[in-house]
Structure formats: structure tokens, C-alpha cells
Design a protein around this ligand. Structure first.
Ligand SMILES: *Cc1c(COP(=O)(O)O)cnc(C)c1O
Length: 367
């Protein structure tokens, strides 16, 4: 049989490379390539999963218990919360609901890899605005990129994979320049790891004041439920109705919903773990900088090295040392904050690599 596509399909979709996951770690390697939480699930989460019965039944389609719980917590109504199988699902729902062929979606680049894929699925046009040299969003250029065709702008804070936040002030000044009928998604997948008090907080006051802003959060990263797939959005009821309309019904399982509820009960404990991770982040960033690396100011559970054309080679060196990192083409590489012992391991390998870079390499701090 030939390997050519045997059916008629959308040419733009047929041209896409199928999704490929970062490499899975072998038994003796640490996987620091997917921004996962290295801690084992809490016993209460495991118990909730074991106690979940009735998988012969469909789940509650609206995840009403979790919605009510989040609504209470953020001081909004349950209609102003939307739950889905990962916040990446909500992104796609809102992309599909707002944009089609001829419409433009603006986001910073490099940012979360799902954005360009979602835009292509919708048949819309991506407007990628390059990050500033320090890995931050260029919000001026993003506001200047708005046209009559703009339907959606995605702001990622902290930015995956480079790490910096957008400040509350920057975000408000940015919104003032954006037409009120253009949806702005604030993707805050790493919000719980933020320690900078200046950082934007999408759940503090938006949604209410700014009906065109939706804040996106997830249980995958800080709460350690990546494998269960549950994320949420907070925003205007009618805007979230659009996401509910493009969602595949019944995608959030009862197990995911109950694990999320139990995690909210155990939040103090989970946030202690987050604090351990942000301490490790500080140790790693300090160590890397002491070796001469230029590390953008990161507020997520990962660090970025601007390794450019050396990215694949350096990722392979980490690999040989038992640390799986994520190289991004010829742009750079991202290393997640993982188990306690990985901090030293990463620093050891990084020290051996830093000497292989030419003077003036963008991954190095100016001497
Ligand atoms: C991990 C991540 C998400 C989504 O994660 P889900 O597991 O789908 O909730 C969304 N945005 C960014 C920037 C991320 O890094």
C-alpha cells in the first residue's frame, strides 16, 4: 500500500505534522521536558480516584460541583466559569468560536506550541509577534498588529517557554488599546508559580470589568493533575457560552472533576509543594547565572536558555546525562523544574556545556 492519503480531506489539515509528544523518559532519566509536577499525587487524590464509581455512566456535562466551587472562590457566578479537559481544550473552543478563514489571531512568539496548531485547525491566520530580547511579550507591537480582521489575542503570562510575566499595569495599558469587541485570552497556566507581586492576575478583577477578557487556568501544572485533563476559564457568561457551544460534550470525566475538588480541599499542601518548586527554580536560576548563562526572568516552573543553533546538540548532552529537556528547533531549550536532585544534575551538565559556547553567544550573559 502506498502511504499517500487515501481520502479527500482539507488540504491545510493534511499538510500538518501530526502531534508529537516530547520524548518519554526511561527509568533512569529525569523528564524535565513537559513542565510536569514532579510530586506524586496526594493520597486524598488517589483515594478520590479509587472511590470514583460509575464509569458506566456519563459524567455531569457541566462539571457543576467544580464550577460552583471555583465560582465561589473567585466571587463570580457559576456561568462565569467553564471547565474542560485541559485548558488547551478551552483555547481551541474559543479559537473555533471566534475565528475562521480570513480572521486573524495575534499571539507572541515564541510562546505555547498549541497556539499555531489551533489557529490552523480553525483555518484562521496567525499573526505572530516576536518576543522582546529578554523573552517578554512585546505588547506595543501586539496592540499595533490589531486590524479589522483581528478576532482573538492570546497573552501568555508567565510565557511558556521563556518564563517572564506580563505586569498588571502593562496588561491594563494593553487592554486600553484593544477594541472592546476583540476577545483577549490571558493564558495563566503557571499562575500559582508566580512570586512577582507586579504580575497580572486575571482572576483579580477582570472578566467583570472587561467583558472581552477570559482568564485560563489549569489543574495540570501546580496541582499536579496533568494526566487527568482538567482546566478552567473565568470570564463573561456569553463569551464562555461560545466555548460551551464548540466543546465536545462530556469530555471532563467524573474522576477529573472529583480529583480537582479534592485538590482544592488540599490546596495549602499543594501550594507548599509549589513553594518548594519555586525555591528550586531560584536555586537553578542563580546557579545557571553564576556559570555565565543569560536566563530570562522566569515565573513558571521552567527556565529558558537561548541556545539557538546549538539547541539540539545541547539537548543531546543533557540527554546523555540522564536529563530530558525540550529543545525548540533552533530557538532555545526549556528545562522544567523537577525533582530536588535534578537541580544539581542540571547545573553540572550546564557547566560542562557553557564552555562550548562561543564568546558573545546569545545564551550567555554579557561579560
Ligand atoms: C500546559 C499549558 C496549558 C494547558 O495545559 P492543560 O493540561 O491543557 O490544562 C495551557 N497553556 C500553557 C501556556 C501551558 O503551558
Amino acid at each position: 500500500m502506498t502511504d499517500s492519503l487515501p481520502i479527500r480531506a482539507r488540504a491545510d489539515i493534511a499538510a500538518l505534522p501530526p502531534y508529537r509528544q516530547g520524548r518519554q523518559a526511561g527509568a533512569d532519566a529525569f523528564k524535565l521536558s513537559s513542565n510536569e509536577n514532579p510530586f506524586e499525587p496526594l493520597p486524598s487524590v488517589v483515594a478520590a480516584l479509587q472511590g470514583a464509581t460509575g464509569v458506566n455512566r456519563y459524567p455531569d456535562a457541566s462539571a457543576a460541583l467544580l464550577r460552583a466551587r471555583l465560582a465561589e472562590r473567585f466571587g463570580v457566578t457559576a456561568d462565569e466559569v467553564h471547565i474542560a479537559a485541559g485548558s488547551v481544550s478551552i483555547l481551541l473552543q474559543l479559537v473555533l468560536a471566534t475565528s475562521g478563514p480570513g480572521d486573524e489571531i495575534i499571539y507572541a512568539w515564541r510562546s505555547f506550541e498549541a497556539y499555531p496548531g489551533h489557529v490552523k485547525i480553525a483555518g484562521a491566520t496567525a499573526v505572530e509577534v516576536p518576543l522582546l530580547a529578554d523573552g517578554r511579550h512585546d505588547l506595543d507591537a501586539m496592540a499595533a498588529a490589531v486590524t479589522d480582521r483581528t478576532r482573538l489575542i492570546i497573552v501568555c503570562s508567565p510565557n511558556n517557554p521563556t518564563g517572564p510575566i506580563v505586569t498588571q499595569t502593562e496588561f491594563e495599558q494593553f487592554l486600553a488599546r484593544i477594541p472592546a469587541d476583540v476577545l483577549v485570552i490571558l493564558d495563566e497556566a503557571y499562575a500559582e508559580f508566580v512570586t512577582d507581586p507586579e504580575a497580572v492576575d486575571g482572576l483579580r478583577e477582570l472578566g467583570v470589568i472587561r467583558p472581552n477578557v477570559v482568564a485560563l487556568r489549569t489543574f495540570s501544572k501546580a496541582y499536579g493533575l496533568a494526566g487527568l485533563r482538567v482546566g478552567y476559564a473565568v470570564g463573561h457568561r456569553r463569551v464562555l457560552d461560545l466555548a460551551r457551544s464548540t466543546a465536545i460534550p462530556l469530555s471532563v470525566t467524573a474522576a477529573a472533576e472529583s480529583a480537582a475538588l479534592v485538590s482544592l480541599d488540599a490546596e495549602a499542601e499543594l501550594l507548599d509543594r509549589v513553594r518548594e518548586l519555586t525555591d528550586r527554580r531560584a536555586a537553578l536560576v542563580d546557579g545557571l547565572r553564576a556559570q555565565g548563562w543569560r536566563v530570562p526572568e522566569t515565573q513558571g516552573n521552567f527556565v529558558w536558555l537561548d541556545t539557538r543553533a546549538d539547541s539540539q546538540r545541547i539537548a543531546a548532552t543533557f540527554d546523555e546525562g540522564g536529563i530530558i529537556v525540550r529543545p525548540y528547533g533552533d530557538d532555545g531549550l526549556r528545562i522544567s523544574i523537577g525533582e530536588a536532585e535534578t537541580v544539581e544534575k542540571v547545573l553540572q551538565i550546564a557547566a560542562s556545556v557553557v564552555d562550548t559556547l562561543a564568546k558573545g553567544h546569545p545564551a550567555l550573559a554579557l561579560a
